[in-house]
Design a protein around this ligand. Structure first.
Ligand code: AMP
Length: 282
């Protein structure tokens, strides 16, 4: 059954009021649409633990930089609604930009520390945009639970920090990355890859796996890193924004996996920026 599409905060509140009164557990799955199986895995996780599930679709201009792909970002609302119809979704919240940021909107949520590395450096303002919109979505939906993908691991940690710091009464759940059969992490941006670039894209994950396995076996990170850069270059990646090993909890830079560690990468292929991350040593 298709979930009702709610375009205003007023309509959303009308839907959630009885659920709140009944003490139901409300799960929110924030997305920017162009839904794929990665998003749907979050919906499935929400369905399992919540009485009610709200999926939000909002291509948030505040998390895109000036030169970024806001205009070309895929928008497929009808198809998204169709994909969600096989899940028990109680509401699809699809606000427009004026609904989210009415005239005079002046508040920004900024998380220090975790946002000062990786995408925080390469996409200035990105995490302020994310934290601000996620705080709003938590409040608008009255969510008790929220579901985010490990695909965007830094974002997940930023949202967790924000929820803790601001005492938001929301449990943040991290869900594993869903991949295509050839290892490429599913992403709405994969739709922007040409056929030729799509065949080369899995090299990012393969190169990361080689480093992660090598480091976990005691290999030298710098040597493995240099090999991976060569491999990415040979596959046609034009720029690597970062390829780093960091602590999973606070994202401290590591050169050996002395704590639970993850490998993080962002790299450009045929004009598309791909990001991925994997655990080191399982
Ligand atoms: P986006 O629409 O790209 O903003 O993503 C919305 C949510 O889906 C975020 O929590 C992402 O981390 C999550 N997500 C995106 N791709 C995947 C994936 N391949 N596997 C699991 N979660 C994902």
């Amino acid at each position: 059954m298709s979930a009702p599409i709610l375009r205003s905060v007023a309509a959303l509140r009308e839907a959630t009021d009885p659920w709140i009164r009944a003490g139901e557990r409300i799960g929110v799955v924030p997305t920017m649409g162009a839904l794929h199986d990665g998003h749907l895995s979050l919906v499935a996780a929400a369905e399992k633990v919540c009485d009610r599930v709200i999926v939000t679709i909002f291509v948030n201009p505040r998390q895109f930089g000036n030169a970024e792909d806001l205009d070309s970002y895929p928008r497929t609302e009808a198809e998204d609604a169709r994909k969600l119809s096989r899940f028990a979704v109680d509401g699809l919240f699809v606000p427009d930009v004026c609904e989210m940021y009415p005239e005079g909107f002046a508040t920004t949520v900024s998380v220090a520390g975790l946002t000062e590395v990786m995408d925080g450096v390469h996409r200035p303002g990105h995490f302020e945009g994310v934290a601000t919109v996620v705080a709003k979505l938590f409040n608008q939906t009255s969510a008790t639970d929220a579901f985010f993908g490990e695909k965007d691991f830094q974002q997940l940690q930023v949202v967790r920090r924000m929820a803790r710091d601001l005492n938001l009464p929301v449990t943040v759940h991290g869900c594993p990355t869903i991949r295509e059969i050839d290892g490429l992490a599913m992403s709405s941006r994969n739709l922007l890859l040409s056929d030729r670039a799509r065949t080369r894209a899995p090299v990012l994950f393969e190169a990361m796996e080689t480093i992660a396995e090598g480091v976990a076996a005691g290999g030298d990170f710098d040597a493995l890193h240099a090999e991976a850069l060569k491999r990415l270059d040979a596959a046609g990646f034009t720029k690597v924004d970062y390829l780093e090993m960091r602590a999973a909890d606070d994202l401290t830079l590591l050169s050996a996996p002395i704590r639970p560690a993850r490998l993080f990468a962002a790299a450009w292929l045929a004009g598309v920026r791909l990001i991925d991350n994997i655990a080191v040593g399982g």
